[in-house]
Design a protein around this ligand. Sequence first.
Ligand code: PLP
Length: 373
Amino acid sequence: VEERLPIPKQNLRVPGPTPIPPEIMEAQAAQMINHRGPEFSAIMKRVTPRLQYFFQTTAPVLTYPASGTGGQECAVVNVFSPGDHVVSVIIGNFGTRLAKIAEAYGLNVTKIEFPWGQAADPDVVANRLQQIAPYRGVLLTHNETSTGVTNDIQSLATVVRNDNPDALIVVDAVSSLGSLPLEMDPWDLDVVFTGSQKGWMIPPGIMMIAASERAWAAHKQSKLPRFYFDWSSARKQLEASWQHPTTPPVSLFYGLDVALEMMLKEGRANIFAHHAQAGEYVRNRVKALGLKLLADPRYASNTVTAILTPEGIETKALLTKLRKEDNIVLADGQDHMKGKIFRIGHLGYFTQEDLDEALNAVEHRLHELGFQG
Ligand code: PLP
């Protein structure tokens, strides 16, 4: 039998999964309970209104054992019907994925694409929407993790609503909700989803999703096939017993319960402020090293920073050195940006020392690899 190696202690600075605070790890190590029993229901009863608070919605927040991609699929299958015309606003890899899922389910997708590193320009979107109409929904990404860009969702939602008051506004908030300001009800968003492994300080495995009354009405009419992700069964079970239709990842809910307690204690505004400070700090240090950022500075993300790998340096060599010699794990670029950028995550649970350690090591290893900046 091959020897099982211990999981290394690393400074994990990818944009999810993110490190887990010790008190959450401890909570997750507790013994199993019956997911149909009162103890589990008590957790859901505590967790659900707290999620509503972070989503800024009065709509029920449904939770599924799934990753962020599950959220994308869950959003699409619950509100649309085959052949529906939807507009996909794409600024990077995860916007592309959401459009692909819509296409896979037989929707008629029109794409409005912006170059990687740019945000979606609300004026451009407004003009295009008028040419594209009629359409049933618009698919948006709040924080594009592949490029480190945060869209101005409030302005984009306003543009859509002005053009088409009945349109369903679907927002992928996987790497932003709980870390960056996003107001579901005040901004009149219809479907919003996120993933546990990002700003929520727990491991991958819980997807959280909420739908407006407009989206629930669409759900009743929608004809796409669905079973596991069907909102009606999830809502029915939640309202009847604070439980799930299928077996939930119980240990992750132990963690989520503690995470939300910690997040409430810190306060929503303070959480947003510390992410904003971290984003600015990382960007300033990176620029001071003579490196260039991918993101348009007006829309640079406060949860992840994408940095152009300097000419003559191999991204893979840099990331391997950092992992092997410094125990620091950063992310490569995705799709056509693989090898061209590297990304530093600064979301969820991290300290100033974690950021400094990573940035100091980047500086040191880049110079070792011949960077003259
Ligand atoms: N959407 C966004 C914005 C993401 O950042 C991610 C993952 O990084 C996903 C969707 C897909 O999530 P997952 O990898 O958990 O399926």
